[in-house]
Design a protein around this ligand. Structure first.
Ligand code: CP
Length: 302
C-alpha cells in the first residue's frame, strides 16, 4: 500500500487538504497538551538547507503527538558521498515511521518518496512548500473566516511558496493574484494549467493592481535558498515592496502574511511586519498545528 505521503498538494487524494486544515484548527483549539497520535513513532528530519520554523515546528509537533525525532543534515549522511536517494529511502524506511525532507531538488524528493515505504513529507523544495501553505491557510481562516471567494494577492518573487498557493486554490475555492516582475514570474505553464482546471488566477506587473481589494497580501524574501542572482533580484523586485501605501489598497480587513525569514525593509517594511494587519507570528505559530495535522494524516490518524 502506498504510504500517506505529503509531497505535493496537487497530488493529494481528494478532500485530504481540507481534512488536514480542519484537523490543524481542531488541534490548535485543543491546546498543546500531548496526545498519543504518534506514540512510539519517530520522524526523521533530513535537511539539505537551513531551517528554523520547519525544524522546530516539526520537532514540537512530534513531541506533542507523543513521538520523537531524529534530525540530520544531508552533508552528514552518505547521500553527500553519492549514496542514491532510492537506497537511502529504502534504508531509512527500515528505521523510522516517517521522513520529512528539505531539499531543493523536487524530483529528487519525489524519487525518495517513490522508494520509501513510510510516509514522506515535503519540507520545502525549489518547486513547492506544501506544509507552509497549510499553516498560511489556517491563519487566513482563523483571521477572516471561510476561504471560498477570498482573494490572495502574492507580491514579489513567483517562487515555490507562490506556486504552492495555486495548488490549494482549486480544492479550497479561493482566487490568486500574482504581481511579479517578468523575470521572476510564476511559470506560464503553471498559470495555464491552473486556469484549465477552473482556478481563478490573474497575473499583474503592478503590485497595486494585484492588491486592490484583496483579502490577503503575501510576500516572501527576494533571494531564496539556491538563488544566485541577488543583485538583479533586488533591482527588479524593488517596486514590489509591501509597505503601508500598498497595504492601504487592500481591503481594510486584509491581513499580511510572510512565511519568514523576512528581510525587513526589503520585501516588507517594519511598519507592515509589526503593524495591525500583520499575521506573520500567528502564521509562524500555526506551523506547529499544521505539522501536527500533516503528521496525523501521514500516520493514518485522520
Ligand atoms: N518558512 C520556513 O519554511 O521557515 P524555515 O526556512 O525557517 O523553516
Amino acid at each position: 500500500m502506498t504510504p500517506n505521503h505529503f509531497v505535493e498538494l496537487s497530488t493529494l487524494p481528494s478532500g485530504v487538504l481540507r481534512k488536514v486544515i480542519d484537523a490543524a484548527h481542531a488541534m490548535k483549539a485543543a491546546g498543546r497538551t500531548p496526545t498519543t497520535v504518534a506514540a512510539g513513532k519517530t520522524l526523521a528530519m533530513l535537511f539539505e538547507k537551513p531551517s528554523t520554523r520547519t525544524r522546530f515546528s516539526f520537532d514540537m509537533a512530534m513531541r506533542e503527538l507523543g513521538g520523537g525525532t531524529i534530525v540530520a543534515a544531508g552533508s552528514e549522511m552518505q547521500l553527500s558521498r553519492g549514496e542514491s536517494l532510492s537506497d537511502t529511502a529504502r534504508v531509512m524506511s527500515r528505521y523510522v515511521d516517517a521522513v520529512m525532507i528539505r531539499m531543493l531538488d523536487h524530483d529528487g524528493l519525489k524519487e525518495f518518496a517513490e522508494h520509501a515505504t513510510v510516509p514522506v513529507i515535503n519540507g520545502l523544495t525549489r518547486d513547492s512548500h506544501p506544509c507552509q501553505i497549510v499553516a498560511d491557510l489556517v491563519t487566513v481562516e482563523e483571521r477572516l473566516g471561510p476561504l471560498p471567494e477570498r482573494t490572495i494577492a502574492w507580491v514579489g518573487d513567483g517562487n515555490n511558496v507562490a506556486r504552492t498557493f495555486i495548488e490549494a486554490a482549486g480544492p479550497l475555492g479561493f482566487q490568486v493574484r500574482f504581481a511579479t516582475p517578468d523575470a521572476y514570474a510564476v511559470p506560464a505553464d503553471i498559470i495555464a494549467a491552473a486556469r484549465a482546471n477552473g482556478i481563478t488566477v490573474t497575473t499583474h506587473t503592478s503590485a497595486a493592481d494585484a492588491v486592490a481589494g484583496a483579502d490577503v497580501v503575501v510576500t516572501d524574501t527576494w533571494v531564496s535558498m539556491g538563488d544566485a542572482d541577488a543583485q538583479e533580484r533586488h533591482r527588479l523586485l524593488a517596486p514590489f515592496q509591501v509597505n503601508e501605501a500598498l497595504m492601504a489598497k487592500a481591503l481594510p480587513s486584509a491581513i499580511f502574511l510572510h512565511c519568514l525569514p523576512a528581510h525587513r525593509n526589503e520585501e516588507v517594511t517594519d511598519a507592515v511586519m509589526d503593524g495591525p494587519q500583520s499575521a506573520v507570528f500567528d502564521e509562524a505559530e500555526n506551523r506547529v498545528h499544521a505539522q501536527k495535522a500533516i503528521l496525523a494524516y501521514a500516520f493514518g490518524a485522520i
